[in-house]
Design a protein around this ligand. Structure first.
Ligand code: MEV
Length: 332
């Protein structure tokens, strides 16, 4: 998937971030993700479908700093790992897990993290940062960590970030292709026809942990209603996996609209997200829905052409989105 925005400086943020590391420095990369179908239902064992957002990336540079305290420099915090605030907990946990997995848990290092992924927007920022940190640690030590070991490290960081993550974010930010995820297992899916999406930021942060615990509380209070929504979300996902292969855009769009209304029923939409879905529909999108945990974050709209994607982006901005990105899932 490539990603474009109307702001030239952000045409390919991950490319802009990518720098040649200085001598003695190693680096690790990761990208954002969007969940196309199955968020929340995936927490209950249902399948979900996610696509990579290659144009929104994160790079971590790392070097050894023996005798000095481990330091982290990032857009959110700069200082010693020891003095990092709670918001940096997932990064510190990911770093520690990566150091342990590569055989030197007590090493002192210096990290520089540069991310173009907006955080708390349902785009997998915390998992992507942890993935780039783990890849950087492995590169510094000349080791290759396989996908399963990487996933285990990133899940430790995600557990600090979200409590009990399903694991879809950790796979999606590390896999360069669309995936179907269920029960801890990710498989690549085929894409029969190019798909163009417009991603619109609602301008509001969304807490995945809060959204997941809200759905859990509803599930305990009204199991039959929430189980029915989860089952239907699972059917929508399975159908969409088939339609990605055959390239049935209109049908995928209709599924997106139904998924959004089910997500609203289980309490994770907001008036701002609903308004963006309505604006996308009014502008002729094949479909639109919130993506990720919800309670803020982004809406994903499916366009039927590049020109229409431009119209959708204009309409979504006019409806209040402070920024939009146009992204593409290439046919495989
Ligand atoms: C978050 O990107 C997706 C959720 O389903 C949570 C999870 O899978 O852990 C909301």
């Amino acid at each position: 998937m490539s990603i474009r925005t109307r702001t030239p400086a952000l045409t390919d943020p991950s490319a802009a971030l990518r720098r040649e590391p200085a001598a003695g420095t190693a680096h690790g990369l990761a990208h954002a993700k969007a969940i196309l179908f199955g968020e929340h239902a995936v927490v209950y064992g249902s399948p979900a479908l996610a696509v990579p957002l290659h144009g929104l990336g994160v790079q971590t540079d790392i070097r050894n700093s023996p005798g000095a305290e481990t330091r982290i420099e990032s857009q959110l915090f700069s200082g010693t790992a020891h003095s990092a605030p709670e918001t940096m907990g997932p990064v510190v946990a990911g770093l520690q897990a990566a150091l342990e997995a590569t055989g030197g848990p007590s090493a002192e290092v210096e990290l520089r993290i540069r991310s173009a992924i907006p955080h708390s927007r349902g785009l997998g920022s915390s998992a992507a940062v942890a993935t780039s940190v783990a890849r950087a640690v492995a590169a510094l030590r000349g080791q290759v960590i396989d996908a399963t070991a990487l996933h285990t490290i990133v899940q430790k960081a995600e557990t600090v970030a979200h409590g009990r993550p399903s694991g879809i974010d950790a796979w999606a930010v590390a896999t360069p292709a669309p995936i179907r995820f269920q029960g801890g297992r990710a498989t690549r899916i085929e894409v029969g026809r190019r798909l163009i999406f417009v991603l619109a930021d609602s301008g509001h942060h969304g807490s995945t942990a809060e959204a997941v615990s809200g759905v859990r509380a509803l599930h305990e209070a009204q199991p039959a209603r929430i189980n029915a929504a989860i089952s239907r979300l699972a059917e929508l996902t399975e159908g969409a996996v088939d339609e990605m292969r055959t390239g049935e855009r209109d049908s995928i769009g209709a599924r997106m609209l139904e998924a959004h209304s089910l997500l609203a029923d289980i309490g994770v939409s907001t008036p701002a997200l609903d308004a963006l879905v309505d604006a996308a529909t009014a502008a002729g999108a094949c479909g639109a829905k919130l993506t990720g945990g919800g309670l803020g974050g982004c809406v994903l709209a499916l366009a039927d052409s590049d020109d229409q994607a431009q119209c959708l982006a204009d309409s979504l901005r006019a409806a209040g989105a402070p920024r939009t990105w146009t992204t593409e899932v290439k046919a495989t």
